[in-house]
Design a protein around this ligand. Structure first.
Ligand code: SAH
Ligand code: MG
Length: 880
């Protein structure tokens, strides 16, 4: 279709021109891009909706160029062609020089004096300068605060982009050609209007010259060993702030100060100021003396900064003619550093520098708190001045439904591939595919940055192929990584060596206080806590961080391990106090530590980090909420009732609950009089087992009012182990239950469990329940209205499974094939049933159940003693 001369408006068709000039040598590559509209505002939760967008990469013999992003491929190609033409025909240099001259004369005009412009403030302030420098404006500020000047300089000499000093001489040369004469100070690289401004122009702007104002700034010494140091600058209206900065830097004059680009947000006016070397003026060559490179300042700005630097938030803006300024504290500095690594970006987005951790995996959109992985990745790229990541979705239309995979590429500014992630996992929702891929990348980057902190491995920047789905070419950002390893030693905190010695893996001591409301959180719940973190030393306390309402999903490593463990043990309403691993100094400062107090507390031994926290609320996972809301009695209750029914009918005395979790079945069983004498629960989650022990204990120790009393129960045992391996204590039970467990294991392990249980544990009866996938449509239909923030309004597509921890959910057919195969193989019979819904009514039961019955007599096998499981709790009746 290209070049086939469709007759309309083809006169200015960039693609046609490119075709004329390059023919087949011009190659257009189209890439699909996810809608990036949320990038301007990364905090927003913006759904991935609407059609895919396209970006075009045009390869020409000398260079290649990437288009903007468009809805139509055609537009993307035209945009690439247009950009290529621009590049091929930058304005002729002479033209640009003339434009520069006229821009300069405008800057020194009466009109410019009284408008609000980032540069006009400098022109006005220059008139406050004392002595011979009165009225002189440093040339260095001109290209910084007027983008027209800097663009014109760029087109006169393209290298100026990387060599800011060249700009100076271009402007100085242009200024000699002004018709309205401007004084050039050769010594001080400054310009001054020759004719004074008329009085009415000067009076057009009101300034209160008597007001004294001060701003806090930070000195960042070029020697990394020296700490950053707070300073106060006098920036009263009768001074020029650049002079105040020059004084601090020991520079002769404001024109000897070089300014970095904005740090952090581009609108922040937070910049680094440094002393330009003396050779600055005429001889640019020996300027870059590497020994004075300020690694911290260079890392922050992404530009080379030499010598000591001052970090300040100050400048003139468009919206007001007054000087704008804000204090910069050490906290600001450490937060800027944090904002360049994935965990740091996440912690800041959660406003929980000490407590939050970037979860290693993306679970569900509705349970995620803080910036989403994709937004973190975009922020990361922006912070490192890399182009936006390129997302390509690969949609597979395989039956039964459409799924997507997402590939992500990150390029350097010069279009070298830095990272390519191509996970094979598919998702029903495109946004899940993207978030998961980004999450994968973030983990890699975090690990990589952490490794850089370790002195030995620090500087080996070999390309690495990470696992099967990720290629990383760190050599293309080696400069950044080198600086990082010099600068941010500890910003990622916790190195694994100290973690062990500090006893985090031992049982932490926390004292839980308050009445037991019996409402606990389990993994997958959203918990809401309040907490305060203090630095404590011999009764002295410094508050570092405090959050009144802080939500996170339990079990996803979204907070420091100590907090996660403690919250898992608390009931709603209870409070706890516990010690946690001491974070790095950098993190403490980035939180809210007063540097002087913190240093003095830390200087003596025995300093520790102490948290106090209260569990405010628990929101159960969607699955639990659905099971309660949509069924009466709740679906879990119905499963228990089903099991109880079988226990009664069979007259069982020995029961094993495989994957007992926090003991909901065992607990309920104790409410009914049964023939049971011995019960065992097994699970791999120690946390769940601890909770099970607690409930069973309280039930078994309360007397009289309990039906248990009339029961014959002699022992109850809780074991920690995987039900895919054999333990002889579970051998030959009368009834085994395995309720809603198999879907939490990968399919092959579910089958392994099936084989082990029927061939080795050999229960007389085994009841296995698992969700019926076909029933999900009904669940989802009735929950979509109540589900506040599940986004995709355009597609009513449900999330894949009922619970994000599910590894699979089977249809009736899949389940029946699985169960029948097992039964056939191991000489069991099997029948099918379920709870929730009714027999024979589509789409079947909500929970499907298989009941296996042993078809053979067990030979007495004497003393088997295979006991890999650990005893977590062992109760015996005392009534004998
Ligand atoms: N049966 C309980 C818990 C269901 S949740 C109930 O109906 O309430 C699933 C449980 O399976 C979790 O507690 C999980 O820890 C456990 N589990 C998953 N894989 C396991 C394995 N290989 N061995 C033992 N337990 C496992
Ligand atoms: Mg489940």
């Amino acid at each position: 279709m290209a070049g086939e001369g469709s007759s309309k408006k083809e006169t200015v068709n960039p693609k046609a021109i490119i075709h004329q000039r390059f023919g087949d040598k011009a190659r257009y590559n189209i890439e699909e891009v996810q809608d990036n509209s949320s990038n301007g505002c990364p905090g927003l939760v913006i759904p991935q909706k609407g059609p895919c967008l396209y970006r075009c990469n045009l390869e020409l013999p000398e260079f290649s160029i990437v288009s903007d992003v468009f809805k139509r491929k055609k537009d993307a190609m035209q945009s690439a062609a247009e950009k290529a033409l621009e590049k091929l025909s930058d304005p002729p240099v002479e033209d640009a020089s003339d434009q520069l001259v006229s821009r300069l004369s405008y800057l020194f005009s009466n009109e410019f004096y009284s408008i609000c412009h980032p540069l006009s403030g400098h022109i006005r302030a220059a008139l406050q300068r004392a002595g011979s420098l009165n009225g002189f404006v440093p040339i260095s500020v001109m290209p910084i605060f007027d983008s027209k000047i800097s663009n014109l300089c760029k087109s006169i000499k393209p290298e100026t982009d990387s060599k800011p000093l060249e700009v100076m001489s271009i402007i100085r040369d242009a200024s000699t050609r002004l018709s309205e004469p401007v004084l050039v100070s050769n010594e001080f690289m400054s310009l001054k209007r020759t004719t004074p401004y008329p009085l009415e122009v000067l009076e057009s702007i009101e300034v209160d010259f008597d007001q004294k104002t001060y701003v806090k700034v930070l000195r960042i010494p070029y020697l990394v060993e020296k700490v950053v140091e707070p300073l106060t600058l006098d920036v009263s209206a009768n001074t020029y702030y650049m002079d105040a900065i020059a004084r601090e830097l020991g520079a002769a004059d404001a024109s000897m100060v070089s300014l970095s680009r904005c740090i952090g947000k581009s609108s922040s006016e937070t910049r680094l100021y440094s002393h330009a070397p003396n050779s600055y003026k005429w001889n640019k060559e020996d300027f870059e003396d590497k020994s004075y490179l300020n690694a911290r300042a260079s890392y922050l700005s992404g530009q080379d900064v030499y010598g000591d630097a001052i970090l300040a938030t100050i400048g003139y803006l468009w919206k007001s003619c007054d000087l704008f300024f804000e204090d910069v504290s050490p906290r600001t500095y450490y937060r800027l550093l944090m904002n360049k690594v994935p965990t740091g970006i996440y912690k800041l987005s959660r406003e929980a520098v000490l407590a939050a951790e970037l979860p290693p995996k993306f679970g569900t959109r509705s349970n995620w708190r803080g910036l989403f992985p994709r937004d973190i990745l975009c922020t990361f790229c922006r912070q490192h001045r890399l182009p936006e990541p390129v997302f390509s979705l690969i949609v597979t239309k395989d039956a039964p439904e459409e799924t997507s995979r997402c590939e992500v590429k990150i390029f350097s500014k010069s279009q070298n591939l830095i990272l390519h992630c191509y996970p094979r996992e598919s998702f029903k929702k495109q946004s899940d595919a993207i978030q998961n891929a980004c999450s994968r990348i973030l983990s890699l980057l975090n690990d990589y940055f952490k490794k850089l902190n370790m002195p030995r491995e620090g500087l080996t920047l070999t390309p690495c192929r990470n696992g099967l789905d990720l290629d990383f070419y760190p050599e293309h950002i080696s400069k950044e990584l080198n600086l990082f390893s010099l600068v941010c030693k500890n910003i990622l905190a916790i190195d694994d060596d100290t973690k062990q010695s500090n006893g985090v893996d031992d049982v932490p001591s926390y004292n839980i206080q308050g009445p037991d409301s019996e409402v606990f959180a389990s993994n997958g719940c959203i918990v809401c806590v309040c907490y305060s973190a203090f630095l404590v030393n011999e009764g002295e306390k410094e508050l570092l961080e405090k959050n009144d309402e802080f939500e996170f999903e339990l079990g996803t490593e979204a907070v420091i391990p100590e907090l996660e463990v403690v919250v898992g043990q608390m009931a709603v309403g209870q409070s706890a106090r516990f010690k946690a691993k001491l974070p790095s100094l950098e993190l403490i400062f980035a939180a809210n530590g007063d540097p002087a107090r913190v240093s003095s507390l830390l200087s003596s031994r025995g300093c520790s980090l102490e948290y106090s926290t209260t569990l405010l609320r628990v929101t159960e996972p969607l699955e639990d909420r659905m099971e309660k809301a949509l069924f009466s009695p709740s679906l879990s209750k119905q499963r228990v009732n089903y099991a109880v029914q079988h226990i009664k009918e069979s007259g069982a005395t020995f029961l094993v609950d495989f994957g007992c979790g926090s003991g909901s079945l065992l607990d309920s069983l104790l409410d009914y009089p049964t023939s049971l004498e011995r019960i065992i629960g097994v699970d791999i989650s120690v946390k769940a087992l601890a909770r099970a022990a607690k409930t069973l204990h309280s039930k078994l120790s309360t007397n009289s009012t309990n039906p248990v009393q009339s029961s014959r129960l002699k022992s109850a045992l809780l074991l920690d182990g995987s039900i895919t391996t054999f333990d002889s204590r579970l051998y030959d039970c009368d009834i085994g239950t395995c309720l809603e467990v198999i879907e939490h294991m990968p399919e092959d392990q579910a089958t392994q469990f099936g084989n082990v249980v029927l061939s080795s544990f050999c229960p007389k009866i085994l009841i296995v329940s698992t969700p019926n996938y076909e029933y999900n449509v009904i669940l989802q239909k009735s929950t979509t209205q109540t589900q506040e923030d599940d986004e995709d309004k355009n597609s009513a597509k449900p999330c894949k499974f009922r619970n994000f921890d599910h590894k699979f959910e089977w249809t009736r057919e899949q389940f029946q094939v699985w169960a029948s195969d097992l039964a056939g193989k191991h000489n069991y019979s099997v029948g099918f049933s379920g709870v929730g819904g009714a027999e024979g009514v589509e789409p079947g039961f909500a929970s499907q159940i298989a009941v296996f019955k042993r078809g053979f007599e067990l030979a007495d096998c004497g003393d088997l003693a295979v006991v890999p499981y650990d005893v977590v709790w062992d109760w015996r009746s005392t009534d004998e």
